[in-house]
Design a protein around this ligand. Sequence first.
Ligand SMILES: CC(=O)SCCNC(=O)CCNC(=O)[C@H](O)C(C)(C)COP(=O)(O)OP(=O)(O)OC[C@H]1O[C@@H](n2cnc3c(N)ncnc32)[C@H](O)[C@@H]1OP(=O)(O)O
Ligand SMILES: CC(C)C(=O)C(=O)O
Length: 580
Amino acid sequence: MMNVKKYKKGYYMPPYTDVSWAAKDCAEKAPTWCSVDLRDGNQALIIPMNLTEKIEFYKKLVQMGFKEIEVGFPAASETEYEFLRTLVEKDLIPDDVTVQVLTQARKHIIQRTFEALEGVKNAIVHVYNSTSAAQRTQVFHKSKEEIKQIAVEGAALLKELTDRNGSKYRFEYSPESFTGTEPEYALEVCNAVLNVWKPASDRKAIINLPSTVQMSMPHVYASQIAYMSQHLNYRDNIVLSLHPHNDRGCGVADAELGLLAGAERIEGTLFGNGERTGNVDIVTIALNMYAMGIDPGLDFSNMPELIEVYERVTRMNVPPRQPYAGQLVFAAFSGSHQDAIAKGMKYHADTCQKQWSVPYLLIDPEDLGRHYDADVIRINSQSGQGGVGYVMEQQYGVCMPKKMREDFSYFVKEISDHKHRELKPEDMYHIFVQHYVNIISPFQLEDFSLKKEETKWYGQIVLMVNGKKTILEGSGNGQLDAVSNAICSTYGIHIYNLVYNEHDLDSGSNSRGMAYFGLTYDDRKTAWGVGVDTDIITASVIAFISAVNQMEGIKEKVKFCQKREAAYEKDIYKDGIAQH
Ligand SMILES: CC(=O)SCCNC(=O)CCNC(=O)[C@H](O)C(C)(C)COP(=O)(O)OP(=O)(O)OC[C@H]1O[C@@H](n2cnc3c(N)ncnc32)[C@H](O)[C@@H]1OP(=O)(O)O
Ligand SMILES: CC(C)C(=O)C(=O)O
């Protein structure tokens, strides 16, 4: 049995702060992004990345536009240490990129970290210790004052070692487990650290407030950030940074509200890899901004390639519903969505819209290197004629009349429903061809030769009818009319409404035409046929015959006529002598 009494809130509301930040609708510009994929992401992997994998991932991050990258915890392992040394020795750190390293606030670990930094031009040295009530009591067995002292001593050692080697490294401090720390106490510790560093406008310090474990609703975290932002010393010389995790599934919300509440920097990972439920997903926050017209300053234009690299080097998967990146996030299977998307895309193309507003698609998948054909409109038993028609048109240039699309889509849905699977465009095309195009039973066109005399067409139509060569005489207002009259009168076929459409299928002198015929019979049934030929009249005759071949009961009717004809012939040619 579950036992809710076991739990209580583990966070602390800050003292009342100015909440005017909550009235803003979105951040005005992108924050400074810091990727922690190679550290927080890496430390959560079943098999942490090896040197080669880390280098490949690092290069990808640089290529995407990250200017701050936490490259590791150099004191943690040989690989971590070697990785930083390789970046230095192989000159892989561009001048505009700052590498960041993490260290506990412990002397030998800080010292080892500085050894690893030898020769790095721009670095952020990130020191942390846990400040939460739970960790003070259960892990460190130390008072608030003693825990503050760990932070202060660590901060002092960072300053001392940096001054000693003459570098201008920037410093970052994290009160780890901030979300389980009393805000007034977190403020006291951060201010004590800042008093050691005395940050200046040309060398700002980073105060990073992690939701090491996400414990509250996002507005609570944002209120804690606002409180810190409004009370930290040296505020103008501080970059206020967030490091959200995702335990309650609100990492992105924490980051977005935290930015409104005063933060200027986000530490996170691609696709949210990281401890437990992960770090905040930078892809989502950045593309949320992009979707609102704010330049995130990161390039996601080849998302498939980014995912390929990420999945290979981390051995993690991007789930199909992952915002912006998952395989299914732009896919529409359901009919009404497909219809609206197809119409929206057409509207955008026809009216040359500059501002994206296609229904159901927050952003244009093409911006991320995704493709409409393969990614957006996908067909199963939930799909409708809009989507089915769209795929057939985009992929195969088949533009069925509206009513025929309806007929075809019900047919396609039925097949998908019975097979219990998605139908790929090639499956649909196959169904289309098998069901409508150049249908040859019972009637198959062999030839026709018609001539116009005054206003009418006359001539012969040669058919194979159930495999028997049959020549019919026909006349009509047009060639098609002549064929139709010949077949219908000979076999007693009654058709009413006709729907006809035709278009070129390919371009060039040898181009083929595609003709569509819809015949209504027995008052309300409709049969459809399609003809394809380099000659459009031939295509339309074939389309007509294909439609007739699809009429219910046509085979029986034709067989009956053929039997009657045979009996008649037998009768009049009895003993080889004509009776008339
Ligand atoms: C929320 C986060 O993600 S924080 C980053 C976490 N990442 C990692 O831990 C990955 C890399 N870490 C490591 O490889 C190892 O933990 C090391 C090399 C850093 C340290 O290893 P060890 O010294 O063997 O052990 P461990 O990490 O368990 O440290 C425990 C000791 O450090 C102390 N300690 C832990 N964190 C800190 C800190 N931030 N500042 C000061 N002391 C600390 C503990 O109180 C404990 O002290 P005790 O031995 O007196 O009881
Ligand atoms: C070191 C800190 C920033 C951290 O990783 C966390 O709190 O999650």
